[in-house]
Design a protein around this ligand. Structure first.
Ligand code: SF4
Length: 332
């Protein structure tokens, strides 16, 4: 049985912002629970703005306003077997003990995070210094070159400035930076959206190979279902801050349960099928004033009365499959 190395329980949070002089709360993550198994890829899918990236930021820790966590817990099992309650750790401990070593984060548009004034090697060496890792400079350079090679980058890249590299190479450099200390968990937030489809395929293949060789676990955030079909062991479908379905990727693609998951999968292009694909009517809800009951009910073709009044419960079908919809529960 696979070990759960990350457990998220009833996580709830969002952004406290001002509209004019009115303070409002954008409820981006609503009562999210999930586990990440050792040595797996868990995908998180859903439309832009559904809360996927906010969830990743919360899991990474080091919450910076206007993002706030209102309730819930996140526990992590380190490579050494220590169980850490992430929300009880101070930011300095998270930075020194967790980031890069236990959990790494590949942010959206990550190719823009490199310092344009520093050569690639100096950006990497800075990370070693930050973690007080004592290594001879020559050893560091060799280690860096080996890391870059695993992502099919020529070793000479270490002497380049970011502007001397193509977008795809910069993206791979940032990914290499994230994987530098072989983290147990990688949070990859849309790691390939900023690159063309050919580069996307190359990067995904390299990530897949690296993960399998290093036995790490990934939480892969993407709106692109084809990326999930290629990478994930399990997939969570997110809608308006809720995880509405979670299961083995093959099972979810073969037999989606939640009406939103069905709509996502029905909209995919299939080989040889020339019929016109139907998009989902309507817009995602305003997360400042989400609709009562099920947040999907204004767009759901199966909505019944209770859907408009009460939030649906989560129904577990087996250990690794659950759905949040009244159609699978016993209405009270
Ligand atoms: Fe549709 Fe109701 Fe299920 Fe929500 S709970 S997805 S509105 S059937």
């Amino acid at each position: 049985m696979s070990l759960d190395i990350l457990t998220v329980n009833n996580l709830d949070g969002g952004y406290e912002v001002f509209i004019g002089n009115r303070r409002v709360f954008v409820h981006a993550v609503d009562d999210v629970s999930l586990t990440l198994h050792d040595n797996e890829v868990l995908g998180v899918a859903g439309e832009s703005g559904c809360g996927k990236s906010t969830l990743a930021k919360m899991v990474y820790g080091g919450i910076i306003p206007p993002l706030v966590v209102r309730s819930g817990s996140i526990s992590l099992v380190t490579r050494g077997g220590e169980v850490l309650e992430m929300n009880k750790l101070d930011i300095d401990t998270i930075r020194r003990k967790i980031w890069w070593i236990e959990i790494s984060y590949i942010p959206q548009n990550s190719m823009n995070v490199l310092n344009p004034l520093k050569r690639i090697k100096d950006q990497f060496i800075g990370v070693f210094k930050y973690h007080n890792i004592e290594m001879d400079k020559n050893e560091i350079i060799k280690y860096l070159k080996d890391t870059l090679t695993t992502l099919s980058l020529p070793p000479e890249v270490i002497n380049a400035y970011p502007h001397q590299l193509s977008g795809g190479m910069r993206q791979r450099v940032v990914i290499a930076l994230s994987l530098l200390f072989n983290p147990r968990i990688v949070l990859a937030d849309e790691p390939t959206t900023a690159v063309d489809v050919v580069t996307q395929r190359v990067i995904l293949s390299l990530l897949k190979e690296w993960r399998e060789n290093n036995k790490s676990s990934f939480i892969l955030i993407s709106h692109d279902m084809s990326v999930h079909a290629y990478m994930d062991n399990r997939i969570a479908i997110m809608y308006a801050g809720n995880i509405v379905e979670l299961g083995n990727t093959f099972d979810v693609f073969r037999e989606p349960l939640h009406p939103y998951t069905k709509a996502l999968i029905e909209s995919l292009i299939r080989k040889g099928d020339k019929s016109i694909r139907k998009g989902l009517a309507g817009q995602p809800p305003d997360l400042i004033n989400p609709p009562p009951g099920c947040r999907f009910h204004p767009r759901c073709p199966y909505a019944i009365n209770i859907c408009r009044a009460k939030e649906p419960p989560t129904t577990s079908l087996d250990k690794d499959r659950y759905v949040r919809c009244w159609l699978y529960a016993n209405p009270r």
